[in-house]
Design a protein around this ligand. Structure first.
Ligand SMILES: *Cc1c(COP(=O)(O)O)cnc(C)c1O
Length: 422
């Protein structure tokens, strides 16, 4: 099946007489005829749903759909994107371990890693997306467990050279994890470029309508946890499952099964069936939306680039952008819907411009069907120090413009009238 077909068909194949549309299994639990069957489920000897904290048929259908879109062996939904990032790391690193993270990533992830996971004893080294192979190599330690980055960084719009980072990671027996929220699998499938684990804030384009928080972890199945030698938790018995060994019992799906049966079981950041249902519906139109988001955003970027009150524009699909060559390689179908620009003047001018917009709403959100606008320095990234702001590629007059799927003429007209106010 082609990508567009998978978006509407994958994950739910009703049998004779069953609902055409995947139902919402709004049930915490499931009924069984024998206690032995339940015991086998608990021991992971049988597959099936028995308690929604671990799995649920509605979630399962959407997980299969997303795994098919990314080309992975399995996926797990979480309650929010933040939970997906948390589990992606905790599934392979614990107290005393070390992780390398690209610095140009979502502000919430900077806090999660740099403060909360550091408190749990996991240390992080931050590297810029343009770090050389030698710099990445030099940051790797005996206790390093993973390298993390964003395909297309929110909001810096830097593109990670996935193949280059994956090569360095693999040479050292390390998996590369990327947050693929901004491109979505329609614009970029990181597994085809050597990435091992993908996460998403499904809250953004995958849901696409700003209706439900969610996250997902997708496992490529390509990383060899046993051969790496760095991951005894995957290759030695798990005391919480009667000595089960993940790589032996689950093969290529060892990582994603472990994330579910250890972390989701113990921590419980499960997605709600209703949210999973909305996500599944949103994904049906993903290709149509991403095409429109990308073409509208390119038009906005070109318009801004010619405006006298605009200091700079960043959009990797724009010729001349620093990341244009990488966009040609990794995002050939379009560079997604987010444009960043700097207003000539001060932080106050940037705020005045935003306040003057009518169609583009000020919301703490990005990447949904309605055009919206945000000032990272005073909103999403306000907990970051000035130094962290610079490392994340954010300046005080930077505006993050999330281009929706409205008619381009209306979006440009709104920008036109707002710029006339400053
Ligand atoms: C929004 C976002 C997140 C966090 O997702 P939540 O659902 O808000 O927890 C993570 N990564 C990126 C790139 C995001 O844009």
């Amino acid at each position: 099946m082609q990508f567009e077909t998978k978006c509407v068909q994958a994950g739910w194949e009703p049998k004779n007489g069953e609902p055409r549309v995947m139902p919402i299994y709004q049930s915490t639990t499931f009924k069984f005829d024998s206690s032995q069957h339940v015991a086998d489920l608990f021991d992971l000897k049988a597959a099936g749903h028995f308690y929604t904290r671990l799995s649920n048929p509605t979630l399962d259908a959407v997980e299969q759909r997303i795994a098919a879109l990314e080309g992975g062996v399995g996926a797990m939904l979480t309650s929010a994107g933040q939970a997906a990032s948390t589990f992606a790391i905790l599934n392979l690193a614990h107290s005393g371990d070390h992780v390398i993270s690209c610095s140009a990533i979502y502000g919430g992830t900077v806090n999660l890693f740099g403060v909360t996971l550091e408190k749990l004893g996991i240390s992080f080294t931050w590297l810029e997306p343009d770090a050389t192979d030698e710099e990445i190599q030099a940051a790797i330690r005996p206790n390093t467990k993973a390298i993390f980055g964003e395909t297309l960084a929110n909001p810096a719009l830097a593109i990670l050279d996935l193949e280059r980072w994956a090569n360095v990671a693999h040479r050292n027996g390390l998996p590369l994890i990327v947050d693929n929220t901004f491109p979505t699998p329609y614009l970029c499938r990181p597994f085809e470029h050597g990435v091992d684990i993908v996460i998403h804030a499904t809250t953004k384009y995958l849901d696409g309508h700003a209706m439900s928080l969610g996250g997902v972890i997708v496992d490529s199945g390509n990383f060899d946890w046993a051969a790496s030698g760095r991951f005894p938790e995957f290759t030695t018995p798990d005391a919480s499952y009667h000595g089960l060994v993940y790589t032996e019992a689950f093969g290529k799906a060892a990582y994603i099964v472990k994330a579910r049966v250890q972390l989701m079981r113990d921590i419980g950041a499960q997605a709600a069936p209703m949210n999973a249902f909305l996500l599944g519906v949103g994904i049906e139109t993903l290709p149509l939306r991403m095409e429109r988001h990308s073409s509208n955003a390119l038009a906005v970027a070109k318009w801004l680039a010619n405006h006298p009150k605009v200091e700079w524009v960043r959009y990797p699909g724009l010729k001349g952008d620093k990341y244009y060559p990488l966009a040609q390689k990794y995002l050939p179908k379009g560079a997604s819907g987010v444009v960043a620009f700097g207003v000539k003047g001060t932080r106050a001018d940037a705020q005045k411009l935003m306040d003057s917009m009518k169609l583009a709403a000020i919301v703490v959100h990005v990447a949904d069907s309605r055009t919206c606008v945000l000032h990272p320095a005073s909103m999403t990234h306000r907990q970051l120090t000035d130094e962290q702001l610079v490392m994340a590629g954010i300046s005080p007059t930077m505006i993050r413009f999330s281009v929706g799927i409205e008619h381009i003429d209306d979006i440009l007209a709104d920008l036109e009238q707002a710029f006339a106010c400053i």
